[in-house]
Design a binder for this molecule. Structure first.
Ligand code: GRF
Length: 196
């Protein structure tokens, strides 16, 4: 059974969706939830579900990304994961780290890539007057938010939408998309998932 490590920075709602789906459908095993923030709310939620957790505070490492990533990789590799899922992980990773896991590292991004890589995706969609928005799961490569797309989920932008109302509608779809992509990814099938 494929072993899956999940990296988070905050509440970890996407991590929870992945852990619950793996636990219910037994297609993979969550072996670690790790965070760059020791106070990340998702760590306690993962522990409550019996998933091993770890954290490496990025702040003491300052601008030395490589040192932070070496400490993080050591904790990740100790659990021998086959797949790495970034889920609300908010640190930029260096090409060196990405090379260690390339081809088996996924990320979820709250826009319909290639539109709106980077931050503030919902504000940008609203400002552009887009009729629809959504989220993307992609393989992580050295170029930020630009790897091969493994799945997308679309939602309508509704009159009166705010950043928060749109983010909430997209987040609901993230929780459906990421598990659907992981189920397919563990079989070696790279055909993109499309929701709804
Ligand atoms: C979500 O919008 C996700 O798309 C982005 O981080 C936000 C929080 O994710 N990557 P989570 O609730 O911590 O999974």
């Amino acid at each position: 059974m494929k072993r899956v490590a999940i990296l988070i920075s905050g509440g970890g709602s996407n991590m929870l969706a992945l852990v619950r789906d793996m636990t219910q459908a037994h297609y993979a095993q969550p072996v670690l939830v790790a965070s760059n923030d020791p106070a990340a709310g998702g760590l306690a939620k993962a522990a409550a579900l019996g998933v091993p957790t770890a954290s490496v505070d990025h702040r003491p490492h300052g601008k030395d990304r490589a040192a932070f990533e070496a400490a993080l990789a050591e904790k990740i590799d100790a659990t021998r994961p086959d797949i790495l899922c970034l889920a609300g992980f908010m640190r930029i990773l260096t090409p060196g780290f990405i090379r260690r896991y390339e081809g088996r590292m996924l990320n979820i991004h709250p826009s319909l890539l290639p539109k709106y890589p980077g931050l503030h995706t919902h504000a940008l969609a609203l400002a552009a007057g887009d009729a629809e928005a959504g989220c993307t799961v992609h393989e992580v490569t050295a170029e930020l938010d630009a790897g091969p797309i493994l799945g997308q989920a679309r939602v309508p932008v509704l009159p009166g939408d705010t950043e928060d109302s749109l983010a909430a509608r997209v987040l609901t779809m993230e929780h459906q998309l990421y598990p659907a992509v992981l189920r397919r990814f563990v079989t070696g099938d790279r055909t993109p998932v499309s929701l709804p």
